[in-house]
Design a protein around this ligand. Structure first.
Ligand code: SR1
Ligand code: MG
Length: 407
């Protein structure tokens, strides 16, 4: 019989005590369940007397956001933990350390990052993160390169890809990102005041063709081990530090999917800015920073990826002149297309973003949703034909200009 059961706070404390070399013997430990995501329990365990702390993350056998009617495999805890360990090996300063785990209990014990803030929250509060673009570009480039046929043995990669088959979590993405928003699905969720714009997604053949092609890439292009859910809620930040968490959606997929996720979430915040910026000058500055950061994410990714290619390539055929440039162009185009799909899903699909959903002013909130939908659709349609990241910035600026006023 399986030992699995969801922990109570007391059980989480007992489990934390069993981790060797962490807490003082007989310490009075405190525990808070702080999971605010869609799927898991997250316990923060600390010794208030000396400030020692750690995090215990435990998968539930269903999607917490929906309930027990949506079962999910507990093996995702192993997948998340193994992905964290692989990511930590190639980018140790950008990923929390794993202290212990138990596959049967679906538990991972890891570094506490309470001195950081979730990036989505920081962005909503108007903070800027000067190191973020360099950090996330480096994180993505190292993870993708060293888990791909470019940076690891091709036979080992096939075995690794098999152990990261993640059907339940991939199905969430396949449905919520590539299917539901483009039809009248019961999973969709949007307010009546954008029904016209939402329904337009259901009747746009050009859009449907591009989404079908993106979905095909997601289903079939096992290029590298993706994080799989790299939105700003999966990133802890300070001014000087970036830590990427939550790779439970990890699987072998198309590289552009991870970069696209980061870009989409910066653009969702861009769309939300009229609801958060106190005046026109603040709005202009915030939006400029968000677009500059998006461009820098791409630039840092590209520079780091090319550097790793020159230094650590394991596939001799990839030395063919011109191949690297075509490879980068493919990633750029996929990035733009996936960024579009990831923007659209957060407006009309099941799971939204607080950047927009917590805007207090109803008019500003509606405008933010419409701007995001415009950006998302334009990116999806442009992706396959794009030749530079600059096109993303133009699309965002055009959508903002269509809001009226001087934005
Ligand atoms: C049912 S899970 C909904 C969303 O939450 C996760 O963070 C993923 O983005 C997923 O699509
Ligand atoms: Mg998550």
């Amino acid at each position: 019989m399986s030992l699995y059961h969801p922990f109570t706070n007391e059980e989480a404390i007992e489990y934390a005590r069993s981790i060797p070399g962490h807490f003082r013997e007989n310490a009075e430990l405190a525990c808070r369940e702080i999971g605010d995501g869609n799927l898991n329990l997250v316990f923060h365990i600390s010794d208030p007397a000396d400030g020692t702390s750690l995090i215990i993350k435990q998968a539930l056998p269903y999607a917490k956001v929906v309930g027990e009617s949506w079962p999910l495999s507990l093996d995702r805890a192993r997948i998340e933990r193994e992905a964290l360990q692989i990511q930590h090996a190639v980018a140790p300063d950008l990923v929390p350390a794993v202290y212990a785990y138990d596959n049967e209990l679906a538990v991972t014990v890891m570094e506490d990052l309470s001195d950081h803030v979730i990036m989505r929250k920081g962005l909503i509060e108007g903070s800027s993160y000067p190191k973020f673009a360099e950090h996330i570009g480096r994180f993505i480039a190292n993870n993708l390169f060293y888990t791909s046929d470019l940076g690891m043995n091709q036979q080992e990669k096939k075995l690794q890809a098999a152990s990261f088959a993640n059907p339940d979590l991939c199905k969430i993405t396949e449905d919520l990102i590539f299917e539901d928003p483009y039809r009248d699905s019961p999973n969709n969720s949007f307010p009546e005041n954008i029904r016209k714009e939402a329904e337009a997604l259901w009747h746009d053949d050009e859009l449907h063709l591009e989404v079908a092609l993106l979905r095909e890439k997601f289903l079939t292009h096992a290029e590298a081990l993706l994080h799989g859910d790299l939105h700003t809620g999966s990133v802890f930040v300070t001014q000087a530090s970036t830590k990427v968490i939550d790779p439970e959606f990890a699987f072998y997929g198309p590289m552009g999917f991870d970069i696209g996720a980061v870009i989409a979430n910066l653009l969702l915040n861009f769309a939300a800015q009229p609801g958060w910026s106190a005046d026109e000058e603040t709005l202009k500055q915030r939006r400029n920073w968000l677009l500059a950061t998006a461009a820098e994410v791409w630039n840092h990714f590209e520079a780091e990826f090319r550097k790793l290619w020159s230094r650590d390539l394991v596939d001799v055929t990839a030395k063919a002149p011109g191949y690297q440039d075509l490879y980068i162009q493919k990633i750029l185009r996929d990035t733009i297309g996936f960024a579009g799909a990831k923007t659209v899903r957060r407006i009309v699909g099941l799971s939204h973003v607080a950047d927009i959903d917590t805007i207090a002013d109803e008019h500003a909130q509606r405008q933010a949703r419409i701007t995001a939908l415009k950006i998302g659709q334009a990116l999806i349609k442009r992706g396959r034909f794009a030749s530079s990241f600059e096109e993303v910035l133009l699309i965002a600026r055009d959508a903002a200009a269509a809001e009226g006023a001087v934005r």
